[in-house]
Design a protein around this ligand. Structure first.
Ligand code: NAD
Length: 383
């Protein structure tokens, strides 16, 4: 059995799917690992390190694609790469099956089995495979570090002979995985932190990090969706959050916003008026940019100066911390691989709820019902 590791081709991508340290358990099972030259360089892993770990390093990307039985990736391979894959090969990665299902049709038509790390069910048994949480953790941290770097102020309170510097004030809107990591990072840097989330359960977690939770009366509606996620709110309930944010923005030096509702565009929570209320030099980091953004002025991927307030809308912050983002991702992928490779033997059991949940397509047919619906007109359906 051959496992391939490619150099990621998406612009700005610096992560790699598996690191040299990940290979030991695979090689011990008799799996051959072929790595494209340069695959791990930006994540701190040299070709020599892969070779020393027991992999074959090669400059022939096409040969790796054409011979791999398993291809763990960070991002979906482009169509030209998919076309080189073997029928029956397995690709595992952030494949964006709900955002860009059409970009996977070449592999599906070739009967490649696709597993999407975004679709791994968020159940206890699959926590070690939860790559979304891993990347959200890295993004939440980096958002605060980026804001601290841009802010023309210090974060901690300093009492010096030259006088006292007050602490920075940080506001987190959305207190899920990324938001809580942003709050924890801002607290470690000494900021005074406030946060808001529609899920009341988030309040306790926010307070446990030493931040103040801002409660909003949503008029008695249930804001909890399934699985710990938020439900989509009415415009009236959203407005109550918007009012709170506009008020809080006026005394905030930094806002990190991460609010999302699965499968929906990010809720527009931050009005132009909130940005205009912030002091010049303040920074807003919109981590919901990949889903359209939480701020009505956000332009995904573009940094804007709005009357002296910096509005950042990064699309791939984990790629700015490639070593640890790759390390966490590789561990998630290895744990996932353990479900399909046992003692060197490959076996895909779609009776396993984790595999079934994560499977985008198998044997030429979409497996995930939402993906199947999206591809209805292009791909023959299962069953
Ligand atoms: P997410 O990225 O979908 O959303 C981020 C946050 O935005 C959530 O806390 C959500 O409540 C909040 N939000 C949505 N609409 C909002 C609005 N209008 N105003 C303010 N906030 C709003 O979620 P996530 O961070 O991936 O996960 C959220 C929760 O899911 C976690 O806190 C946890 O309870 C649960 N979770 C469980 C597992 C697991 O069991 N394996 C793994 C990860 C997360």
């Amino acid at each position: 059995m051959l496992l391939g590791i490619l150099k990621e081709s998406a612009p700005g991508e610096t992560r790699v799917s598996l690191l040299p340290e990940s290979l030991k358990s695979l090689l011990a099972q008799g799996i051959a690992v072929h790595v494209e030259a340069g695959a791990g360089v930006s994540a701190g892993a040299s070709d020599q390190a892969y070779a020393d770990a027991g992999a074959v390093v090669s400059g022939d990307r096409g040969a790796i694609l054409g011979s791999a039985d398993i291809l763990p990736v960070v991002n979906a391979p482009r169509a030209a790469d998919q076309a080189l894959l073997k029928s029956g090969a397995i690709v595992i990665g952030f494949l964006k099956p709900l955002d860009a299902p059409d970009a996977l049709t070449t592999a599906i038509a070739l009967h490649v089995t696709l597993f999407s790390m975004e679709l791994v069910p968020r159940i206890s048994r699959a926590q070690t495979m939860d790559a979304l949480s891993s990347m959200a953790t890295v993004a939440g941290y980096k958002a605060v570090i980026s804001a601290a770097d841009l802010l023309p102020r210090l974060f901690p309170m300093l009492m010096t002979a030259a006088g006292t510097i007050p602490p920075a004030r940080v506001f987190g809107s959305g207190a899920g995985v990324a938001g809580l990591q942003a709050i924890a990072t801002a607290r470690r840097l000494g900021a005074v932190v406030e946060a808001y989330d529609v899920r009341a359960a988030a309040g306790e977690q926010v307070r446990s990090l030493g931040a103040k939770f801002l409660d909003v009366d949503l008029g008695g509606i249930n804001a909890e969706g399934g699985g710990g996620y938020a439900a989509e709110l009415t415009e009236e309930a959203l407005d109550r959050g918007r009012d709170l944010i506009t008020k809080t923005a006026a005394h905030s030096d930094v806002i990190v916003t991460t609010a999302q509702v699965p499968g929906r565009p990010a809720p527009r929570l931050i009005r132009r008026a909130a940005i205009e209320a912030m002091r010049p030099g303040s920074v807003l980091v919109d981590l919901a940019a990949p889903a359209g953004g939480n701020c009505e002025l956000t332009r995904p991927g573009v940094t804007q100066d709005i009357g002296g307030v910096m509005l950042l809308a990064p699309l791939n912050l984990p790629a700015e911390v490639p070593v640890h983002a790759s390390q966490l991702y590789a561990r998630n992928v290895l744990n996932f691989l353990a479900l399909i490779v046992k003692k060197g033997v490959l076996s895909v059991d779609l009776g396993d709820e984790v595999l079934a949940g994560a499977c985008v397509a198998h044997q030429g047919k979409p497996v995930n019902p939402r993906v199947a619906k999206l591809l209805e007109s292009t791909i023959p359906q299962a069953g």
